[in-house]
Design a protein. Sequence first.
Length: 207
Amino acid sequence: MDQYLLYLMISVITVASPGPGVILTLSNSIRHGIKPALSGVVGIAMGILLIAIISASSLGVLLATSALAFTILKYVGAAYLIYLGVKLWKSPIMKLEDDSVNDSFYEPQYLLRFKEGFLVSLLNPKPIFFFMSLFPQFINHEQSYLLQFSVLTLTFCGLIIAVHTAYVLGANAIKGWLSTPKGSKAINRVGGSVFVLFGFGLATSQR
């Protein structure tokens, strides 16, 4: 596998760049606390892991070559992002004394955050093209493809967990102001609007 450090730098920039996953992580940290937000981060990473596997399979080739398959997945993903945006926009103002805002980790909350993160990754077709275009540049065909694919994929997923965990901790550190009525309303409106914009952006995007 050639130029691993270059791949690492590209991956860090990609993972840290604002996108639906980052916005979801920040929103979860502010609204639900560290542990539920981290379960969402794991969901995002698992969704990307599945996307990477898909990109290396015949299904990935189908999505890359079939306009119909790409369009269907694109619109489903866009609809889900818009749904999350509207849901966040309409969310009630947070209260610090509410346990659900602090450190709740009961099972339904954990599963919900995980599912949201997983679906945000899985229903976005863009990572498929990212992996299909990026991976070949760092694969040495004289070495084991499976081993190299595993290293590149696990590196990317590990970076998601590391970078998003930093986002979770950073957002949680300033949650005091953001959890005031004014701050809570602002994060609901801004986060909801960004999700809706991402949804419309995905719906109108080309390959």
